[in-house]
Design a protein around this ligand. Structure first.
Ligand code: PRX
Length: 647
């Protein structure tokens, strides 16, 4: 085997970095030896309205789980994200927005942001929103998302941002679960030149939801949309009429800041609850360190606002630090595949954060679209959401980064709130595909199926010992599920649901999900959620969904579908089922392959044998392992035969 590739910290980088190799070693050791002392120091980054006396009270015991950080402290998130950068930065840009249409752009200064936040906070108050109430946000990637989130937290309300690519049904489920009082949406979204009917989806979603009292509508495209007088308000009119000052509400460190839904291994998405103090400390300090941000740098994270990546490292991280960020509404391939590179050139972006799936798609376009642009401003490149394959890593490093930028492969989850593994750029040499080393205060552990802790190199389940301030505290309305999913599998540890390997140098490499979750283009989809959507189609008797390797998406959605008697395996029905799933969940859940299956392989207890289905989907027709448990062996032959025929 050839020696693993290692890319040293670029010359000169460490000298001005916040953290170099020696600092990493020292701070990491200190953070593990005395976590409370370490996090107490980090917490000084936040302006507290009431100082905390106790740093942590935490226990990963499934029978008595406790996760509390800075519990008796009080603060306000919007004061930390906005007010404290004033008046010094009032005229400086907070957000450099690029619309979907080329040439449509807006700059929002810190002063304007503060003004809008205060006004919208007053609008929400006027609509009856109070501390602890939930506001759902269903918006395109426009500056009003920042305003809406900050307006909520200014009055102690809890935001629940729902990805604008989700269907009205997905939105409705999330509104219902959270019992949201107000929904903030737009007339339409715009992506890749196509309008997304957000208000229409929103109207359908709230029709049967009595908890929603009002809908605030941002005019994005100016399209004619239905408007329900009494219930609906135009954002621009309401904000213009509102008072420009709103007193920030004092919020306890352990009061909720936001809810964010993600897919799990059951049909129902889980609403993870993040609290205020610990999350802000972890988000704000880690963002500055992992991107090595310095005053004057321009940052750009391409994630959609509906995901945790955007919450922590596009919105809270930069805002807490008073950093200027680019916000782009569109897609990387429209009007052509040089769009991102032209934005980097135009805004002289220094720190860039994206997902491997996008890199793989852009890589296919060759170097031409990149070569036309000057990317010399770039200094740090980030990757998130899924394992980055070494080929994409090298392309990112050499073609985008010109060979001079370290790549921070950040490993974390909606549940973890902020980063857990990362090669801090001035400190840790890169190895392509490896999220490398633990962040400060983080204690990774690899456990085998029997719960034994692995020492040294090897593979197993990715777990973490001991708490960190940014982690989610519970699943809304289902604390038992929270404990069962993350803390019961390996008592004493947080279990991520991922597989991991560790090499001789102590570098970690995440291999992907080991549960019933598929990571499609860096987005989590639960197989059970997909199956429920497919099986609710009137022609479908049963379905089984597995992930399979996909060149661009990382994993694709492969659905085996058994039809009810009297329905034919037709192209038309195939299209209908695809449309059905898109309508129920959203376009991100589009099945890539549907294979008709007269029957599914099951064991004698009736459990579907996914292991076999995954292998067939991956065109691996051998190594099925022990098939003696299959109740009807002919079923497997039939599935293999059909797959081979379709290839
Ligand atoms: O499987 C891991 C993968 O994404 C999952 C978390 O998804 P989500 O909660 O949507 O958050 C994504 C953004 C933080 C993880 O369980 N994942 C995330 N980052 C990486 C990763 N896999 C490998 N390398 C990463 N850097």
């Amino acid at each position: 085997m050839s020696a693993p590739e290692t890319y040293p910290v670029p010359p000169g980088f460490a000298a001005r970095a916040h953290v170099d190799a020696a600092a990493y070693e020292r701070l990491y050791r200190e953070s593990i030896d005395d976590p409370d002392a370490f996090w107490r120091g980090q917490a000084a980054f936040i302006d507290w309205l009431r100082p905390f006396t106790r740093v942590s009270d935490t226990r990963f015991d499934p029978d008595d789980l406790r996760i509390q950080w800075f519990a008796d402290g009080a603060l306000n998130a919007s004061v930390n994200c906005v007010d404290r950068h004033l008046p010094a930065k009032a005229a400086q840009p907070a957000i450099l927005w690029e619309g979907d249409r080329v040439g449509e752009s807006r700059t929002v200064s810190w002063g304007e942001l503060a003004d809008q936040v205060n006004r919208l906070a007053n609008v929400l108050k006027g609509l009856g929103v109070a501390k602890g109430d939930v506001v759902t946000i269903y918006l395109p990637v426009i500056p009003e998302v920042f305003v809406a989130m900050m307006a909520c937290v200014r009055i102690g309300a809890v935001h629940s941002v729902v990805f604008s690519g989700f269907s009205s049904e997905s939105l409705e489920n999330r509104i219902a679960d959270a019992g949201a009082k107000v929904l903030i949406t737009a007339d339409e979204g715009l992506r890749g030149g196509r309008a997304v009917p957000l208000k229409r989806n929103a109207d359908r979603a709230v029709a049967g939801q009595p908890s929603i009292r009002h809908v605030v509508v941002v005019r994005r495209t100016g399209a004619e949309v239905p408007f329900t007088p009494g219930r609906d308000r135009w954002y621009d009119e309401a904000v213009a009429a509102a008072d420009p000052w709103c007193e920030p509400v004092e919020v306890g460190a352990e009061d909720p800041l936001f809810i964010l839904y993600t897919s799990g291994s059951t049909g129902k998405p889980k609403g993870l609850v993040h609290t205020t103090g610990g999350y802000l400390v972890h988000a704000g300090t880690s963002w500055r360190i992992i991107f090595d941000w310095h005053e004057g740098d321009v940052f750009w994270c391409t994630a959609d606002v509906g995901w945790v990546t955007a919450h922590t490292y596009k919105i809270y991280g930069p805002l807490l630090n008073g950093a200027t960020s680019v916000l782009f509404e569109g897609v990387p391939t429209w009007p052509d595949s040089s769009r991102w590179w032209s934005i980097i050139e135009r805004h002289r972006v220094n720190l860039f954060y994206t997902a491997p799936t996008a890199l793989r798609a852009l890589m296919r376009e060759g170097e031409g679209p990149v070569a036309r642009h000057d990317l010399s401003s770039l200094r740090v490149l980030g990757s998130v959401g899924e394992p980055i394959n070494p080929e994409a890593w090298r392309w990112y490093h050499s073609v985008i980064g010109g060979g001079r930028c370290p790549i921070v492969d950040t490993y974390w989850q909606t549940e973890t709130g902020a980063v857990l593994l990362v090669p801090i750029p001035g400190a840790i040499p890169n190895k392509p595909g490896k999220a490398a080393k633990p962040y400060f205060g983080i204690r990774p552990a690899i456990l085998d199926a029997q719960g034994r802790v692995l020492e040294g190199p090897g593979d197993g389940n990715m777990c973490f010992a001991g708490s960190w301030p940014g982690q989610a505290r519970t699943i809304l309305h289902d604390h038992e599920r929270f404990v069962r999913t993350y803390f019961a599998p390996y008592p004493g540890y947080f279990f991520t649901g991922d597989g991991v390997g560790r090499d001789e140098d102590g570098y970690y490499r995440i291999s992907g999900r080991v549960d019933d979750v598929i990571n499609v283009s860096g987005h989590r989809l639960g197989t059970v959620e997909l199956e429920s959507a497919i099986s609710s189609h009137p022609a479908v008797a049963e379905s089984a969904v597995v992930g399979y390797p996909h060149e661009v998406k990382g994993h694709g959605v492969f659905a085996y579908v058994t039809l009810k008697a009297g329905h034919d395996e037709s192209e038309a029905l195939h299209r209908e089922i695809v449309a059905w799933v898109r309508e129920r969940i959203g376009p991100i859940a589009t099945p890539d392959v549907i294979q008709w299956a007269p029957a599914l392989p099951k064991n004698r207890a009736g459990k579907i044998l996914r292991r076999i289905l995954s292998k067939v989907a991956a065109n691996d027709f051998e190594n099925f392992g022990d098939t003696s448990t299959v109740a009807e062996p002919g079923v497997v032959d039939d599935i293999v035969h059909r797959r081979q025929r379709d290839l």
